[in-house]
Write a protein that binds this ligand. Structure first.
Ligand code: SF4
Ligand code: SF4
Length: 343
């Protein structure tokens, strides 16, 4: 079905559920209220599929070419969002085929595929299914493949042949991700304060980004890969599988939909300020960037331009001062102040 990683485990109550409660208690989820709203559902996969007995965890790598250097006036996009479409659609198509395959063999069997959106502690189940360990940056690391892959799950009421859980932790004394995070988003190893994470700030946060965190955002327009970039397990994955520099040949079997689309990274920021709602929709409707909406992307673009002291962006930012969205106007004013202050 095109999944590169697969492992199965019983559909048990995950031991990480109390940690989730504590994480929410500390306010680390920020505005992601949908997590707290379904907190109890995370306590058992039965809440995702009634009668669930097994979880099949699946991985799809998305690492392709290495990122191009960013020039002033450009913004960086997290690797997972370089493809031309929405990864949820790609993965759900494959899950549907897998469910069809299962139902042909087990008439009456129940199954449900999930990607991100269900209350399931996917990383913990991936560890139980033997795929790897949860690193200090809180992401799953597969020893040969590193961490650049999407996780999906198929829950079923059938019993499967289970894999051995992955019990080792190969982070050791390393703390590269903790030290490299530009916004100090890790209050301690294995704990992420999402309210400080650039991925949250540029994608999930619907409001103005706190001023003290703006410089740390640097060139990131959408998401952030820093803690994964510095992880030695991703460098090891790169070393083991040679990637020809002249072609976008991936290290792993990457779905065609995840190959970088033209202009996906880096993105020219100034032109974004010419996009009205309809033009923005046309360009981004079927990409992961759509989640941040036009106002979020323009807010982020202004902050990147301010961080870059991009003098060539002055007129675009001045146009942004007249935008219908207060979020965009505020960020543009901030960016113009940074540019003026930097001269
Ligand atoms: S994604 Fe970026 S901002 Fe978020 S924790 Fe990792 S390094 Fe920090
Ligand atoms: S950078 Fe080091 S500490 Fe962080 S996840 Fe990778 S191996 Fe673990």
């Amino acid at each position: 079905m095109g999944f590169t990683l697969a492992g199965a485990c019983p559909a048990v109550a995950p031991i990480g559920a109390p940690r989730l409660a504590e994480w929410l208690e500390r306010g680390y989820a920020g505005q992601m209220d949908y997590i707290a709203a379904r907190q109890q559902a995370y306590e058992h996969p039965q809440h995702v599929l009634d009668g669930a007995r097994s979880v099949l965890m699946l991985g799809l790598p998305y690492r392709t070419v290495e990122p191009q250097p960013v020039q002033p006036g450009q913004g960086r996009i997290s690797r997972y969002a370089w493809g031309g479409g929405d990864y949820h659609d790609t993965i759900h198509d494959r899950l549907k085929r897998l469910i069809g395959w299962l139902k042909e063999r087990v008439p009456g069997g129940q199954a449900r595929g999930v990607v991100d959106t269900a209350p399931l502690l996917e990383r913990e189940f991936a560890q139980l299914a033997g795929l790897g360990w949860i690193g200090k940056h809180t992401l799953l690391i597969h020893k040969p493949a590193g961490s650049y892959f999407f996780l999906a799950a198929l829950l079923t009421d059938q019993e499967l042949a289970y894999d051995e859980p992955f019990t080792a932790d190969h982070c050791g004394t390393c703390r590269a991700c903790l030290d490299a995070c530009p916004t100090q988003a890790f209050p301690q190893p294995y704990v992420l304060d999402a309210t400080r994470c650039i991925s949250y700030l540029t994608i999930e946060l619907r409001e103005s980004i706190p001023h003290e965190l703006r410089p740390g955002i640097g060139d990131w327009l959408f998401g952030c890969d820093v803690c994964q970039e510095v992880c030695p397990w991703n460098q090891a994955a790169e070393r083991r599988i040679p990637i020809p520099s002249s072609t976008p040949t991936p290290a792993w079997d990457v779905a065609p939909e995840f190959r970088p689309s033209a202009g996906a990274n880096p993105v020219d920021l100034i032109g974004l300020f010419d996009l009205d709602d309809e033009a923005f929709r046309q360009r981004f409707r079927h990409t992961p960037l759509w989640r941040a909406k036009r106002r979020g992307i323009l807010r982020n673009a202004a902050i990147v331009l301010g961080n870059q002291r991009a003098t060539g962006a002055r007129s675009a930012l001045a146009r942004g001062l007249g935008d219908s969205e207060p979020l965009v106007r505020e960020a543009c004013q901030w960016a113009l102040d940074q540019i003026a202050g930097g001269q």
